[in-house]
Design a protein around this ligand. Structure first.
Ligand SMILES: Cc1cc2nc3c(=O)[nH]c(=O)nc-3n(C[C@H](O)[C@H](O)[C@H](O)COP(=O)(O)OP(=O)(O)OC[C@H]3O[C@@H](n4cnc5c(N)ncnc54)[C@H](O)[C@@H]3O)c2cc1C
Length: 96
């Protein structure tokens, strides 16, 4: 109601354009980053559960480091895809 008071034209406004985005979510709301178990050369960087834009620079850095066989700047072992099967989920402490 407040918006219509300020911009009465909104009452007859139509949608000009729209888009949809996939909000992909893992069981613990954290990304999967690391080599796939049992599939040589497959590296996961996905499942960001709504944090992907914020995590992109760091995710790109550690992915590049791991793929090039270097020690990663931060420990990514907790983000392994195998954590789900092992029941070792990462606790989400800051949901936005
Ligand atoms: C509504 C909404 C709000 C969000 N808000 C925030 C926010 O405030 N802050 C934040 O940090 N993150 C936010 N996110 C999350 C963030 O957008 C994602 O985590 C991030 O975009 C994931 O990046 P990505 O590269 O992993 O995947 P994507 O950005 O999804 O990129 C995957 C790409 O692969 C393409 N693709 C898929 N299948 C194929 C195929 N078979 N062949 C070729 N290409 C393919 C897709 O077209 C797409 O371009 C939001 C997401 C949504 C949906």
């Amino acid at each position: 109601m407040k918006a219509l008071d300020r911009v009465p034209k909104l009452e007859t406004a139509e949608m000009a354009k729209s888009w949809a985005g996939l909000y992909e979510t893992t069981p613990d709301h954290h990304a999967v980053i690391g080599f796939a178990d049992g599939v040589e050369g497959l590296f996961f960087v996905n499942g960001f559960s709504g944090h992907g834009l914020m995590h992109a620079p760091a995710a790109g850095l550690v992915a590049a480091e791991a793929i090039c066989g270097r020690k990663t700047s931060v420990d990514i072992s907790l983000l392994s895809a195998t954590r789900f099967a092992r029941g070792r989920l990462v606790e989400e402490t800051n949901v936005i």
